[in-house]
Design a protein around this ligand. Sequence first.
Ligand code: ZN
Length: 286
Amino acid sequence: MPELPEVENIAAGLREAIRGEYLERVEVRRPGIIQGPHRRRWRRFLAQVAGRRVARVTRRAKRLIIVTDNRLTLLFQLGMTGKFLLGTKPVEADEFAKHTHVVLHVGDRRLVRFIDARRFGRLWLLDGLDPDEPDEAMNAARMGPLGPEALAMRTDAFRRLLQTERSVKTLLLDQTRIAGLGNIYADEALFAAGIHPTRRCGAISDEVGQDLLRAIKSVLRRAIRAGGTTFSDYRSPYGDMGRFRRRLRVYGRQGEPCRRCGATIEKIVVAGRGTHFCPTCQPVGP
Ligand code: ZN
């Protein structure tokens, strides 16, 4: 599943590729993908998008937001396997054709294709969305509410968040409390901060809580920097982990030695998700 660093890089790549360009038309090859208040009138909505310029490309949590100069929004949820391809070749010409659900025809004859093999991805059509304050329009469309961005979370807000009896891993995965931190980076941040994933939030000291917030931001920023696959490379679709995969300390390393202490990395299930940790570097604690 594309996580926040990948989505951040997709947004950056798309921004570079299409901001300021005209969207000649938006081709929907699988209408079932469309969500939001305009889903029954999607043809009319997209007719108003056609010929408009791309004003902004941004993201909120893992939602990718494209806003035109007449303030219409295409919001992509990437689901399990959603990716974008940029190219000029006709869609039928390659092996991704049957997984291509939406095509943005850009004025300079390039195609931005949304491909999604597992089909959990969605395209929301929204109007009146302010890209700097997108929550209002997303809530009005009844998209799930999102907590503050993990990368923008403030120390005092995070301290308040930790005042709960839930386990810390459960909290970190709750998008309504802190948005954008997925399973991989939650595990990596907990390792970096030396906190056991089942630790009760309320038992974490202020000091260790601050370490955790620093670790979250640091892990995400490093992953963003390492995740820069090249958007112009038609052969390698966006959405892979980039170079960060090799730098993972615990995620996916169960049974292997901890890179810090040599103990064997363990895997348990927390909040229904595979959870990886080092039993020595992340003691259960009181
Ligand atoms: Zn260790």
